[in-house]
Ligand binder design. Structure first.
Ligand SMILES: Nc1ncnc2c1ncn2[C@@H]1O[C@H](COP(=O)(O)OP(=O)(O)O)[C@@H](O)[C@H]1O
Ligand SMILES: O=P(O)(O)O[C@H]1O[C@H](CO)[C@H](O)[C@H](O)[C@H]1O
Length: 385
């Protein structure tokens, strides 16, 4: 029997109606573009979050996570209030409760549920464990209640839970990647229209590996820096008379920068506009099967995040510099930054060597040992049982 289903049975004393799973993600390129209506190119990880679930008819939601050392948290659906999300040891339960709140707020009827969660997506590592939890919960509840949402609608609902119930002002990239990605592909996302294209991305066939270096520096998006970047972008777009920075074409960047007085705003705009362009160029190279040539774009993306957007940290910079020096085609931080993970595109046979070099560099710098894994583009959310 599936381990999450077994845990459900042990905890609640009866069997679940099904088990659903949604993956974490790595963003290949297109960072801090999703709240600017821009482009991103994430792919799903093999690591995923499972949710075993059964309906209830009494307006009660019980949630339990095998990854949190506390019992089930119980909510009355009628009392779910975004002004009062659970706090302290129960704060994790805001993610599944937020999904139920978002469904009810959209007039999608949920009668109650029991849920058990378990995951192998590292939390707070920039690999979207929170989106995996939201999307797996949303898929379980919509399937169980017969609610016909498309995958982009499901992702938008999961994002609403995170923005308006949990209180994290993220964009939609993570939820879209988790809900919509397909095995062996990167997902080209237009975060304005939610249009998506599945781009073949078979590293193994090309003799390549994508190394994910989790620096173990916990990032926390709820703190102010992410929201600050977001509002700087919105301020710059307004100053330029644009709906969003997405509407500033790459070819007009210099002229637009000359119109912005504030040097900080100029840097933020330069990152977003050049990053959108890097996504476009990366997609072209992937489509042409020129995977290695994406390396310089990844590295340029990192420099832009470090210098113009100022969301890197010494551990991420060290991971990137060491991987590059050890022969990576390119590498960059991935996710929101301020910690979390870096990504390196390397030859398959260099995996052990690059891993050793990064581990040694972290030890020499006195940093905690990084967690290094290879990631293959994997499937999006699905029903398992
Ligand atoms: N399996 C899980 N069980 C319980 N809570 C989880 C699980 N996965 C994620 N979470 C919640 O999501 C939070 C991590 O979200 P976040 O800080 O945005 O990082 P990321 O999404 O990059 O991993 C955790 O602190 C926890 O509250
Ligand atoms: O740091 P993460 O939680 O993985 O990812 C965060 O930052 C990225 C930056 O591209 C996106 O804006 C995303 O919507 C947000 O959740």
């Amino acid at each position: 029997m599936n381990a999450t289903a077994r845990e459900f049975r042990e905890l609640y004393g009866y069997g679940p109606e099904g088990v659903w799973a949604a993956p974490g993600r790595v963003n290949l390129i297109g960072e801090h573009t999703d709240y600017n209506d821009g482009f991103a190119l994430p792919f799903a990880l093999p690591q995923r979050t499972e949710v075993a679930a059964a309906r209830r008819t009494d307006g009660i939601l019980r949630v339990h996570s095998a990854d949190v050392p506390s019992g089930a948290v119980t909510f009355e659906l009628a009392a779910l209030d975004p002004a009062q999300p659970p706090q302290g040891a129960d704060s994790w339960a805001a993610y599944p409760a937020g999904v139920v709140w978002a469904l009810l707020d959209a007039d999608l009827p949920v009668s109650g549920a029991d849920l058990t969660i378990r995951s192998d997506v590292p939390t707070g590592a920039g690999l979207s464990s929170s989106a995996a939890l939201e999307v797996a919960t949303a898929l379980a509840l919509t399937d169980l209640h017969g609610l016909p949402l498309t995958r982009p609608e499901l992702a938008a609902l999961a994002r609403r839970a995170e923005n308006d119930y949990v209180g994290v002002p993220c964009g939609v990239m993570d939820q879209m990647a988790s809900a919509c990605a397909t095995d062996g592909h990167a997902l080209h996302l237009d975060t304005r229209s939610l249009e998506q294209r599945h781009i073949p991305f078979d590293c193994a066939a090309a003799g390549l590996r994508l190394l994910v270096v989790d620096t173990r520096v916990k990032h926390a998006l709820a703190d102010g820096a992410y929201a600050q970047r977001r509002s700087s972008c919105h301020e710059a777009a307004a100053a330029l008379g644009l709906p969003a920075l997405r509407d500033l074409p790459y070819g007009e960047l210099d002229r637009a920068l000359a119109r912005l007085g504030d040097p900080v705003l100029r840097s933020r705009v330069r990152h977003v506009v050049t990053e959108n362009e890097r996504v476009v160029r990366t997609e072209e190279l992937l489509r042409a099967g020129r995977l290695r040539e994406t390396g310089p774009l990844l590295s340029a993306g990192h420099a832009s995040l470090r210098d113009d957007y100022e969301v890197s940290c010494p551990e991420l910079d060290l991971a990137v510099a060491t991987a590059d020096a050890a022969g990576a085609y390119g590498s960059r931080m991935t996710g929101g930054g301020f910690g979390g993970s870096a990504l390196a595109l390397i030859d398959a046979e260099a995996e052990a060597e690059v891993g050793r070099a990064v581990t040694r560099a972290f030890r020499d710098a006195g940093y905690a040992a990084p967690r290094i894994t290879a990631a293959a583009p994997s499937a999006g959310a699905t029903r398992l049982v």
